[in-house]
Ligand binder design. Sequence first.
Ligand SMILES: Cc1cc2nc3c(=O)[nH]c(=O)nc-3n(C[C@H](O)[C@H](O)[C@H](O)COP(=O)(O)O)c2cc1C
Length: 259
Amino acid sequence: MPRDSTKHTFLVATILCLVCSLVVSGAAVGLRQKQQANKELDKKTNILSVAGLYREGDSVDEQWEKVTPRLIDLATGEPVDPQMIDPESYDQRKAASDPSMSVEIPAEHPLPGIKRRGKYAEVYEIYDGGRLDQVVLPIYGKGLWSTLWGFISLDSDFNTIRGLTFYEHGETPGLGGEVDNPDWKQQWKSKIAYDDSGDVQIEVVKGAAPQGSDSQVDGLSGATITARGVSALVQYWLGEDGFGPYLDRQRSNGGQDGQ
Ligand SMILES: Cc1cc2nc3c(=O)[nH]c(=O)nc-3n(C[C@H](O)[C@H](O)[C@H](O)COP(=O)(O)O)c2cc1C
């Protein structure tokens, strides 16, 4: 077959496509386990970081021994029987789009832009000398362009914030992406989540938070929509339709649910 014929060109292009698709699909399948392991490592690192426990260079698995993951029923705050749902395989994101595993988000406790949420959520309890020291909660909600996925850590008084971090979002770098700015994240530390009557008071304000405020965090300049989204999602997850029942339960039993 002459090399410059149409047939030859198509033959070469077809073989090239086949080889490339085999390489790409082979890599995708072969690396799936590694990707999964890296995702798990990243999640653990973020949880340890928001809890202020992450030490770079030390084994994450060793540091993770301090953390007790627990799957809870958001409606009651009670731990879910592992015989009923395997915490290892429960995926809160997938559950939100499965009608049998999710519930509608009520209008009176909105999570803007999100209609359903999984019935269950994994919480991460951190014990120190047998006493619950802090609890890390997964949080998510809409910003301007994307869903922001993160964690918030609460002290054993279930009121003082120890830290907040987002590990995945698609907000604009330099604008909404400033949610990753360490100085901004630092502001969340030691803020008080609830007022004296138990209502969520923590909020991100527009502009600078009043000096000395223990319940307000600075807005994000040029990114009011992202900032408003963060405020709303934190308020939702700390509220009655989010982790409220779990936190109430912990408060009433003095954090003795686990261990
Ligand atoms: C290219 C581009 C990217 C933007 N990215 C964001 C963003 O990530 N988050 C956000 O809240 N606003 C973003 N904005 C700005 C919003 O459109 C809106 O103007 C802003 O949230 C208003 O905030 P301000 O009142 O602090 O100026 C972006 C605007 C442009 C033009």
